[in-house]
Design a binder for this molecule. Sequence first.
Ligand code: FES
Length: 210
Amino acid sequence: MSNVSTDANDSSNAESQPENNTRRRFLTVATSVVGGVGAVGAAVPFIASWNPSIKAKAAGADVEADISKIEPGQLIRVIWRSKPVWIARRTPETIASLSGLADKLKDPDSSEEQQPEFAKNVHRSLKEEYLVLVGICTHLGCSPQHLKDGAFEQYVEGVSEGFFCPCHGSKFDMAGRVFQNVPAGLNLVVPPYTFIDDNTILIGSEEGAA
Ligand code: FES
């Protein structure tokens, strides 16, 4: 998939280095899943939150993600049906900013079928604090970068945090909504998911509105 090279080129600031490292781990894991290879020892921290076997995941099983250690402003990545899925914990400031972006967005009200019914709200999520997205650009499938702590303002004035796709410059807010005047036409996809408990998300199940 073409997202491999783009994540490796993340140009965000030094504070994003742990995320860059995590991206590299993800790429290792993604390659292993697609190839059906079990040698994923290098990605142990990343895999720790998964329940199903790699074989089961490749076949489309639901995936459990432990969100207990995600700090506000952080984002983790898991694999679901061979796709990258992001889980971001939004800060109160980020949550508050979402309602003021409508005039900059192509589909601020999630009118297009890019999410389950429960996510047709300004946060595009079950709980406003947690954002769950398929991390694939809706233009041509690259992997956008998560830019925070002001790093996103170089792309959208006054917006501190968001997702930038370096392939052709598409931009998305912290609900995965696409900004205007970029090649991507649709918001990022919200997968079906539910909360098993306060610390665990099950990706792949559509039941369980908050
Ligand atoms: S693939 Fe993301 S902007 Fe083209």
